[in-house]
Design a protein around this ligand. Structure first.
Ligand code: MN3
Length: 206
């Protein structure tokens, strides 16, 4: 069965003035759509057809012969995850277990924001900044191009897309301003907390 692009979890103009409807119309309507269309074309009639997106990503990671499959599958996953990491009234601050782990593992919420922003700013070229659960520890990472935590045995909790197409219409070359707007106004901490609960629940049940 072909992969179908999920709808945005909010209206196209819901993230304004931080991320414009024009950006989301291209980013979701063109870029994300193209990754899904390319993936469907690449896997048609192959062993990947009928696999879940996660199964395709894990099976193709690090396999040079399937680089195109990996890139497009990972970009489908990354973008669906990224949309869910944002909400129109986001930004505030994490609570509960997530907040406690940020204090213990990352030195507190203010230091987390500074280090996440630095990881996003310092990712050379296209890629993604992440908050991940690695083993039992929260870490901030960055990946290039389509690469993602799943390919490194980590659980993604939060991501920010730092490809230029994510911010150029609204911020031009000012990636740090886009990342600051993301952290201060858009992060859906309830979604991030659910990812942590699923990751830690899965581990204790294993
Ligand atoms: Mn993108």
């Amino acid at each position: 069965m072909a992969f179908v692009l999920p709808d945005l979890p909010y209206a196209q103009d819901a993230l304004e003035p931080h991320i414009s409807a024009r950006t989301l119309s291209f980013h979701h309507g063109k870029h994300h759509t193209t990754y899904a269309d390319k993936l469907n074309g690449l896997i048609a009639g192959t062993a990947h057809e009928g696999r879940s997106l996660d199964e395709i990503i894990v099976a193709s990671a690090g396999d040079a012969a399937h680089q195109g499959v990996f890139n497009n599958a990972a970009q489908v996953w990354n973008h669906s995850f990224y949309w869910n990491c944002m909400t129109p009234n986001g930004g505030e601050a994490p609570t509960g277990d997530l907040a406690a782990r940020i204090d213990i593992d990352l030195g507190g919420f203010e230091l987390f924001k500074a280090d996440f922003a630095a990881a996003a700013a310092n990712q050379f070229g296209s890629g993604w900044a992440w908050l991940v659960l690695d083993g039992d520890t929260l870490k901030i990472t960055a990946t290039g191009n389509a690469d993602l935590p799943m390919a490194h045995g980590q659980h993604a909790l939060l991501t920010c897309d730092v490809w230029e197409h994510a911010y150029y219409l609204d911020f031009q070359n000012r990636r740090p301003d886009y990342v600051a707007a993301f952290l201060e106004n858009l992060v859906n901490w309830d979604f991030v907390a659910r990812q942590l609960a699923e990751a830690t629940g899965a581990k204790s049940a294993a």
